[in-house]
Design a protein around this ligand. Structure first.
Ligand SMILES: [Zn+2]
Length: 65
């Protein structure tokens, strides 16, 4: 088993990598996804960045898929 310090260090590096990735991503394809808190949000399909809240119209068509 790995040392927790080591794991946290890796996590920190990964988080930074994800952030950098999301910064470079043009967020061209988005969809509505339910995130951890159970609320639907607009999420980038490529980098999974949270891009905001869906409008009522978007939400309705998403619910009626
Ligand atoms: Zn993106």
């Amino acid at each position: 088993m790995e040392d927790i310090k080591n794991l946290n260090k890796k996590l920190k590096i990964l988080k930074k990598e994800i952030k950098d990735f999301q910064k470079k991503c043009p967020h061209q394809t988005k969809s509505i996804k339910v995130i951890e808190t159970g609320t639907p949000r607009i999420v980038c399909d490529v980098c999974e960045a949270l891009l905001g809240w869906p409008t009522k119209k978007e939400l309705d068509s998403w619910l009626n898929r």
